[in-house]
Design a protein around this ligand. Sequence first.
Ligand code: PEP
Ligand code: MN
Length: 333
Amino acid sequence: MITVLKHGVTKQQRDQLIEWFEEQGLGVHISEGQYQTVLGLIGDTSRVDEELVASLEMVDSVKRISEPFKKANRKFHPENTVIRVGDVTIGDGSMVMIAGPCSVESEEQILEVASRVKAAGAGLLRGGAFKPRTSPYDFQGMRAEGIELLLEAKKATGLPIVTEIMSAAHLPLFEDVDIIQVGARSMQNFELLKELGKLHKPILLKRGLANTLKELLMSAEYIMAGGNEQVILCERGIRTYETFTRNTLDLSAVPALRELSHLPIIVDPSHATGIARMVEPMALAATAAGADGLIIEVHNNPPKALCDGAQSLTPDQFAQVAEKVRKVHAALQ
Ligand code: PEP
Ligand code: MN
């Protein structure tokens, strides 16, 4: 349930109302926008007397929220959430590019890719250290050492880093990671999501291979319910009957999530298509659809990549894509 306050309500009046809700055992989420203040009520609101609340002098309107996701809901928080990482902002209308290899493979590799993607305009460096591979016989990532190398690349370039977590047991290794990625395969690892909810760090949450947008938002809700409201949603393609591409990019997820939620939305055209030559058209389409950012796999030598070489761009190809993305984004302003 949400309670929209009238313009000009004093802090004292507002706090009294909040106290009254809290006395009824409810949590209150305050969203203070430029034009209105919205109080989102969390918990069992079935016994709240809606008419009584609506009749209060300071209250403009009361609405029940039917969706099970509350904190992630745009009705709770009408203005877009903006996430800041170093000098980069995500969700403020700018277009952020996160680029880097599928996996960190060596010091030379990550340092080279980091400096090249930075020169091409990437705002953040990606790189997997813990890799969720379908086969246990495939390269599993450099693990702790991979994170060390990402931190080295961050030091060398100034780019904040994004890397995937697969187990809450590894959290101590992620202390200096700027954005923690939850991969598609972990989207519904609820115990992991709960642990991430205790952090004060942005979480990049990827949509599961066969999950609906509402399930994605419920997973965001798990993180937010713990107090960590810095969640970035990522559409990375879903499994359909089509086999030509690795997944099917559900681009309508961008406007749909925009309507349902205030959280920033980014698109991953690399995992969505699995094919390097399709990354550019889908990156441009995602930009036109209104995404807040892109996450793109870039490798210094794609044919030799230990993971996802077929979908990886060379640094030069990435520079071209980035340039076109900026043009499309500027054309929409
Ligand atoms: C990745 O980003 O490297 C990755 C494994 O992505 P996803 O979880 O979307 O498959
Ligand atoms: Mn990958």
